[in-house]
Design a protein around this ligand. Structure first.
Ligand SMILES: Cc1ncc(COP(=O)(O)O)c(C=O)c1O
Length: 392
């Protein structure tokens, strides 16, 4: 039997690796899991009723591209949030953002770029699907550090002309998982100008866009539109997993220029996994509602304040601007995670499990990622234990 080689260098996936690391006893009576970014605030109460009212559609094959009502709801969100005028031809519903981030690369990465193997840029640390997408399409993944030295966003302008000319796609996450950094207008303008110069597409993963402190993060498509850029220069990805606490619904969308969306849609018509219509009906109602999003954001607002009170004195603590993770500096993330688990029963993720060694350095090595998703009091207990164990 002949098997592919292209995935043979993948690191062990994050969660099995973490389970193996923390497969040691803890002395604590209570355990607090702060590893996974699985929201635990309530999802909107109307979800059950909408699902029940649409059960009959389970008998149908779903609309691949998204029902018209669902696409209207998404367009409405993009209008309210970013003042974008998106038509159905600019939109595609996804079975969760993750598969879209993968399949968009399948659909849009060329076989060669300027006669050479294409490059896909990803921030480092990053959401692991970016690298797997790059390997799947035969591109070379190039990991660009996103560290406190670069304001926790990748500095793509620092790359050589040779790399940029081979670049087909640049993934970028804003608000960023894990650091909570937000790309501002100047950052997007610089990146879009760079993409125009070297002719690559930006995949903007904005799935944390609705979880912020006071000012809504500006969007990549919003800036591209204001610049008069080609709409095919940017594809944005959004999700109900974080905005509406529905990670199990598996509902997201991507939006972009007509040509790129047409190509992603065409591929998905053969190999995609569309969202069933009862779930599309739920997603429609959820995108149409903002009240629950405001409430959800207020709960995170309380959590940011608690985190700042607890860690404000810690050298190198960078209070997140958005999202629901803390990216805490430590000497060695794996050692810190093991010590925390053994001594306090708190489980966190070593930063290095979200990043790759590039140029001999793993930029996540000196960090742990802490998800602030648990109910407030449990989260506060967890953060206090972390501070007392690692920083006092
Ligand atoms: C940065 C980032 N992108 C994408 C995803 C995938 O989200 P979804 O649940 O929409 O597939 C996640 C999920 O944790 C994420 O953190």
């Amino acid at each position: 039997m002949v098997f592919p080689e292209r995935f043979s260098n993948l690191p062990v996936a994050t969660w099995p690796r973490l389970r193996a690391l923390l497969d040691v006893p803890t002395q604590a009576d209570e355990t607090i899991n702060m590893t996974i970014g699985e929201p635990r605030h309530a999802f909107p109460a109307f979800v059950g009723d909408v699902l029940a009212a649409n059960l009959g559609s389970f008998a149908k094959y779903p609309n691949n591209d998204g029902t018209p009502e669902h696409l209207d709801a998404i367009a409405g969100f993009l209008k309210r949030r970013y003042d974008l005028d998106m038509q159905h031809a600019n939109l595609l519903t996804l079975n969760g953002t993750r598969e879209g981030l993968y399949n968009a690369a399948m659909a849009l990465c060329p076989e060669t770029k300027n006669g050479k193997q294409p490059i896909i840029l990803t921030p480092n640390p990053f959401c692991q699907v970016y690298a797997v997408a790059a390997l799947s399409v035969g591109a070379e993944p190039v990991y660009v550090p996103a560290t406190p030295e670069t304001a926790n966003l990748p500095d793509f302008t620092s790359l050589s002309t040779d790399v940029l000319d081979r670049t087909a796609i640049a993934y970028i996450c804003s608000p960023a998982n894990p650091q909570g950094a937000v790309a501002d207008e100047a950052y997007w303008r610089t990146l879009i100008t760079l993409a125009e110069k070297h002719d690559f597409i930006i995949f903007a993963d904005e799935c944390y866009s609705e979880i912020y402190r006071d000012t809504p993060p500006i969007g990549a498509m919003q800036v591209a539109t204001a610049m008069g850029a080609d709409p095919d220069r940017v594809v944005i990805f959004h999700s109900l997993s974080k905005r509406s606490n529905l990670p199990g619904l598996r509902s997201g969308f991507c939006a972009g220029g007509v040509e790129s969306i047409k190509r992603i849609r065409a591929l998905r018509a053969y190999a995609g996994a569309p969202l069933s219509e009862p779930l599309q009906a739920v997603a429609t109602a959820v995108w149409n509602d903002e009240a629950h999003v405001v409430e959800n954001r207020a709960l995170y607002g309380v959590k940011y304040k608690i985190a700042d009170d607890i860690f404000g004195h810690v050298a190198g603590y960078d209070s997140p601007k958005a999202g629901f993770f803390l990216w805490l500096p430590v000497e060695n993330g794996e050692a810190a995670a093991v010590k925390l688990w053994q001594e306090t029963g708190v489980r966190v993720l070593p930063g290095a499990y979200l990043s790759q060694i590039a140029n001999g350095v793993n930029p996540g090595h000196g960090f742990i990622r802490v998800a602030m998703v648990a109910p407030t009091q449990e989260m506060q207990r967890g953060l206090t234990l972390i501070r007392d164990c690692l920083y006092d």
